[in-house]
Design a protein around this ligand. Sequence first.
Ligand code: ZN
Ligand code: ZN
Length: 421
Amino acid sequence: MSGAQQYKTLKGMQDILPPDTFLWQSVEQTARSIFSVFGFQEIRLPVLESTGVFSRSIGEQTDIVEKEMYTFTDKGGRSVSLRPEGTASVVRSYVENNLHNLPSPQKFYYSGPMFRYERPQSGRFRQFYQIGVEAFADPHPRMDAEVILMLERFLSGIGLQGISFQINSIGCEQCRPGYRDALLSFFSGKADQLCPDCLRRYDRNPLRILDCKSAKCIAARSGAPRITDHLCDDCRQHFGKLQELLNMLHVAFTVNPEMVRGLDYYTRTTFEVTSQGLGSQNAVAAGGRYNRLVREFGGPDTPAIGFAVGMERVIGLLKQSAAQEWPAPAVFIAARGEPAGTEALSLAGRLRDRGLWVEVGDAENSLKSQLRRADRISARHVFIIGDEELKSGQLRWKNLHDASQGVIMMTEIEEFISGIC
Ligand SMILES: [Zn+2]
Ligand SMILES: [Zn+2]
């Protein structure tokens, strides 16, 4: 055929292939089992939403909404966007489905792809995966502590080493305006020291400057007022109680008053997890409390808190940190010619019914090439069936891991294999 076109993934998109997918599955399974014992239930939401779901909640003035969303007009003329994060959709669903009528607190987790049109040189993907949780209708710092504890259990459960928690409180609608004024007056004489983005939006949301990654803004904000010095009594007590509870639960943390998080909807507690294997700006997971968002979506006044874990970063760290043991076939059946090939299929079926991963060699190939394949895919046991074995009813077996071998009656294979697998 002439003119055949070879397609490639779009810039910033990647295929996730075996054996990496085994690692992804094991991280997802750990998340499910740990989140479940904390009472979080799975929620599955569309990846495409009305653009307003995100611009309204994340904030018009954020990098995500200003620059990074995949937004387009659909065939019905509606502005729709691929979700850049999970929280806004969960809140939309919570309000739309009246989930606040169910017994409180309601606790959910989700996992799946998110989309942001980021510069590819920053090493980020435009389609990336997150696992996240959201807990609704519990304002008490006990819930903050429990959510942070659950995240710690999850990250240590998947074997991540050297993780550290940073926590902060960014106040509430009572105390944040005062802090905002203090920031505005601090930066008022420093306009020429800010990056163009921060300059443009600093009077709308000066907290952004604390979050900006530009070297100019990092220098300009040295000595800036700290939110923790501006908290109202309720926020200070909430934050103090959270720290007390985390200490009691033996979750190690440091307070970082500069950590404000890049989204508009947070109130009070914010937190990030970094790992020694990543730069300090690269959080593995992050989250916080968002007490006003449900109301802004037209629901009842409902406090909430959640976090999201970046799957690519977690997987990258796990691949760096230790030699991975990939799953391998328990049994490889090498058969020579017909009818041994047919017998091999039937034996494979019986062993697979017992939950074993079984591969069958190509009976048209030489025994030698079949054994080479068994070795390459790291099969543990090999059974060899040929005309002679069919006649005698006895098979030769080999353990490729410890090189032991022997002979076994065909009728006794299931018993034999259940004793060693
Ligand atoms: Zn406050
Ligand atoms: Zn800046």
